[in-house]
Write a protein that binds this ligand. Structure first.
Ligand code: 8GT
Length: 130
């Protein structure tokens, strides 16, 4: 099972969503940015490291949400979401095709990576990010 962290980064009541590039796995799907936990690495350390590497943002984790498990045709993933705030940095896209700050009501308009769909539903239902 692949353990992947992702960040729901909130600023002024908007959430940062990112579009995978055409050369990545799941090309052009929208996701919450993040990446794989390395051997021996703490999940919180992973998400802070990945967001710095991919987006040049320094984040602080506010809360860990319930992980979601999903079976892709060739692998199984456990996606671990963290609510986070930006503490420093200017957004630079190192890997993604696009990134947008959107309201929770806008989340439905995007073509999400399948594993992220339950997280989107959770955000819409619970307003956990308030
Ligand atoms: N980062 C991220 N990956 C996701 C999400 N949803 C989802 O299914 N994935 C899948 O999780 C896997 C790992 O993501 P990734 O490719 O961003 O991880 P990484 O940066 O550590 O990988 P790399 O360094 O090998 O490129 C990919 O297969 C990706 O398609 C998500 O919301 N965020």
């Amino acid at each position: 099972m692949l353990i992947v962290t992702c960040a729901i980064i909130i600023r002024e009541r908007k959430i940062l969503i990112c579009q995978r590039s055409s050369t990545m796995n799941l090309p052009l799907k929208w996701e919450f940015p993040g990446g794989k936990v390395e051997p021996g690495e703490d999940e919180k350390a992973t998400i802070v490291r990945e967001i710095k590497e991919e987006l040049h943002l320094d984040i602080e984790v506010v809360k860990r949400l319930e992980p979601v498990e999903h079976d892709y045709p060739t692998f199984r993933i456990r996606l671990v979401p963290f609510i986070a705030n930006v503490v420093d940095g200017e957004l630079v896209l190192e890997e993604h095709a696009d990134a947008r700050w959107v309201t929770v009501d806008d989340l439905d308009q995007y073509d999400w990576a399948p594993a992220d769909v339950p997280i989107v539903e959770q955000l819409k239902a619970d307003a956990l990010w308030n």
